[in-house]
Design a protein around this ligand. Structure first.
Ligand code: C2E
Ligand code: CA
Ligand code: CA
Length: 464
């Protein structure tokens, strides 16, 4: 800290810049667990030596504007963290260059006691005067940037501090703390998005999608809070709430004489740590006296990657009991196809990113038709998510896709709205004919609703 302070004073006098790099050696913990702390210590020293060498040779030849060479110092801050201080800098570009030299993307492993250890560093950077004019601010901001860098995928990432990063981490903290209370305070809301059977044009099932209506923050999207809920374990409470809400709704529709419909719920990979997951789900269905065929669960490929054995058993129990199983976001994970035969799947849901591409050129179309052909030959139904245009729908129809879901057909909507839809119309075809084009385009309050556009396409469908 003393050195950073001196560097700031000198830089002020000379009109120069100072960069503070916090470096985390992400390989270290695992190394320490597997090969012991003595090896980890050696690795850490070797890493410091490597950085020091590289800093020394970052000389006046490669950076002519740096007349006296680069001023630097490296300190260790605990076992896994280093702080590198760069002084006498003239501009930001220098910093980026230097970091790229220091932490190469593709790096030779370091040899310690006959073991080859690959480096994996994350680096956060703050620069005086732009990001702060005192030690605490510079170190704190370098640390925020480091947290961002650690979230990135791949090895050896670095990240400069940016002011909005602080807004971002404040919001994150708030979402995280308030999420604990969201379930208790009854702030969660369920929306339902219809899935349309392409053979008949009928709506046989819905997907339940959770929203969080926060009293001050407004609608928080599941894309933002579900990952946090997974990290903190709150996902289990949310998921239970979703299932009970869905079951209550299904019972209500059933008792009120609506046509039979099934609802899909999303399960997070982390929920598969609960060995009673299948029993819990089946127990809830029983409590609401619902036939198991009315429930569908959507799981992602991550489940197969992380919890193969547990997931196999849980899904097998559910499938044997009559619950439908869908593989969600298909094609985005590791897509090692071997799990397909280990899992009792009924449906593959092709990820939205592929559907987006089907009308953008031959490759996108080829991928989707290949997935479709493979699924059908495995006896699986195929559902396409994120259908946004008529062109996409026609393409999917030609390929004999079984079901479609997306804004072009219907947005996720509150239960009353979907209830009206089910009561009045058994198919989107009728719905669109009844209401015509242009009804209920999504409003800004997050109330999603029907989009126009289905008439032409569904009129081409065979009558069944
Ligand atoms: P997902 O399971 O892939 O759900 C589909 C997402 O795509 C939903 O976003 C839906 O609103 C959106 N979507 C549907 N059609 C279209 C379209 O045509 N275009 C575009 N651009 N988007 C479309 P949403 O509701 O924001 O949910 C995001 C993700 O959050 C879900 O992705 C799911 O992974 C997760 N999620 C939502 N509800 C739950 C839940 O109850 N439990 C769990 N574990 N995860 C949930
Ligand atoms: Ca889903
Ligand atoms: Ca999906």
């Amino acid at each position: 800290m003393d050195r950073i302070e001196q560097a700031i004073r000198r830089a002020k006098r000379n009109g120069q810049q100072v960069a503070v790099l916090t470096v985390s050696l992400d390989a270290l913990e695992q190394l320490s667990d597997t090969l012991g702390s003595a090896v980890a210590e050696k690795f850490s020293r070797a890493m410091v030596a490597r950085l020091r060498d590289r800093l020394r040779t970052t000389d006046t030849i490669s950076m002519p504007e740096m007349e006296d060479g680069l001023g630097f110092s490296i300190s260790r801050l605990g076992m896994e963290e280093l702080v590198v201080l760069l002084t006498d800098l003239h501009n930001d570009d220098n910093v980026t260059d230097i970091i790229q030299r220091l932490f190469l993307k593709e790096e030779e492993p370091i040899e310690v006691d006959g073991n080859e250890v690959f480096t994996n560093t994350s680096v956060g950077v703050s620069v005086f005067p732009r990001d702060g004019d005192n030690v605490e601010a510079l170190l704190g901001h370098a640390n925020s940037a480091l947290r961002e860098a650690r979230q990135q995928s791949g090895r050896n990432n670095f990240q400069f501090y940016a002011e909005d990063m602080q807004q971002h981490s404040k919001r994150r903290l708030r979402v995280e703390t308030e999420l604990h209370r969201a379930v208790k305070r009854d702030e969660l809301v369920l929306h339902y998005q219809p899935k349309v059977d392409l053979m008949s044009g009928a709506i046989h099932s819905l997907e339940a999608l959770v929203r969080w209506q926060h009293p001050e923050m407004g609608m928080v999207s599941p894309g933002e809070f579900i990952p946090l809920a997974e990290q903190t374990g709150i996902i289990e409470d949310i998921s239970k709430w979703v299932l009970r809400r869905v079951c209550g709704q299904l019972r209500f529709w059933r008792e009120s004489g609506f046509p039979e419909i099934s609802v899909a719920v999303n399960l997070s990979p982390v929920e598969f740590r609960n060995q009673n997951l299948a029993a819990d789900i089946l127990g809830t269905l029983e409590e609401f006296a619902l036939p198991t065929r009315m429930l569908e669960v959507e799981v992602t490929e991550t489940v197969a990657m992380q919890h193969l054995d547990a997931a196999q058993a849980i899904l097998r129990t559910l499938a044997d009991a009559g619950v439908m199983i869908s593989m969600d976001d298909f094609g985005t994970g590791y897509s090692s196809l071997s799990y397909l035969k280990h899992f009792p799947l009924h449906k593959l849901k092709i990820d939205r990113s592929f559907i987006m591409d089907v009308t953008e050129g031959p490759d996108g179309a080829a991928i989707v038709s290949a997935i479709m052909a493979m699924s059908h030959s495995l006896g699986l139904r195929v559902i396409a998510e994120g259908v946004e245009t008529e062109e996409q729908l026609r393409f999917l129809q030609d390929l004999r896709c079984d079901e479609v879901q997306g804004y072009f057909l219907a947005r996720p909507m509150p239960r009353d709205q979907v209830g009206d839809l089910l009561k009045e119309h058994t198919s989107i075809q009728q719905l669109v004919q009844a209401h015509g084009y242009g009804m209920g385009v999504a409003g800004e309050d997050g109330m999603d609703s029907m989009l126009p556009g289905m008439i032409g396409v569904l009129n081409d469908l065979p009558d069944r």
